[in-house]
Design a protein around this ligand. Sequence first.
Ligand code: ATP
Length: 308
Amino acid sequence: MNTTHPPQPHSPAIQVQDAVKTFRTRSETVRAVQGVSLEVPRGGVVALLGPNGAGKTTLLDMVLGMSEPTSGAVSVCGERPRAAVAHGKVGAVQQVGGLLADLSVRETVTMIASLYPDHLPVDEALERAGAASFARRKVAKCSGGQQQRVRFALALLPRPELLVLDEPTAGMDVQSRTEFWDAMRAETERGLTVVFATHYLQEAEDVAERIVLMDAGRVTFDGSVDELRSTSRHHTVSFVWPAGEPLPEFAGATVSRRSESRVHLRTEDADALARELLTRTPASALEISRGGLDEAFAALVRHDDAAA
Ligand SMILES: Nc1ncnc2c1ncn2[C@@H]1O[C@H](COP(=O)(O)OP(=O)(O)OP(=O)(O)O)[C@@H](O)[C@H]1O
């Protein structure tokens, strides 16, 4: 925010007011962020979800003070983003860069720690980021997931109040991803606020209490996972179907999943389907759920190719 007011201790972690960011290239003007307003209170995990080119990175760059909005205002922990970064209130875990291949993990963290007058002890940063077990390894020899944990340790050094992560688990396998988020959750339990950008609906659902969905530079949804799901017009009706019994077609319904014991049908009219199943078929143990997070997501973005 363009203000010289002193930081407010209880100000939101992030406040974005009508932010616009325009890039002018030789051939065109790109409106990457088109009037976003957003408030992130302290604590918790917020996922910034959206397909390629939605404007997530552009928005996070403004939050990190790496670029200025063309118009509108951004403040972080009550300060202008650059001041908040300079005061160690914000840490960032970017997907690439920032590491020297020839140093060991410990040397890397020790070197960056020396830049801060006051910082978390190096061993504690390594431990909390889940990087202690490979601290002696050269950065070049670390896997992509391990390098992310090194970046995480670096981000923890100034004891930040807010962590901003841009696609932090891209390219990680399932186990690395789980370990990364377990370590991150321990930090949020200490009061840290985490905001992360992702393409993965599943990841947003697994780790975030709040989802901010961006598309074409605008926020198209802001709420909980359950609220996102409830924007879908579809329901899933699941039931036990006798083994060996052929499954007939049901008007207006499609099979979304079938396991050994249960069939899951997707429909816009759950009542009619449930009535038919219970009165005219051997289906039993019926369950109806509001459904399709994927569908809700796809309906809120122009392209559904990112609904992973
Ligand atoms: N420096 C730049 N110059 C010109 N256009 C840019 C610049 N940075 C971003 N853009 C454009 O702004 C739009 C938003 O890009 P941005 O990287 O913020 O999206 P994103 O949601 O982070 O996408 P991804 O998930 O692919 O990283 C895109 O059309 C992109 O091409």
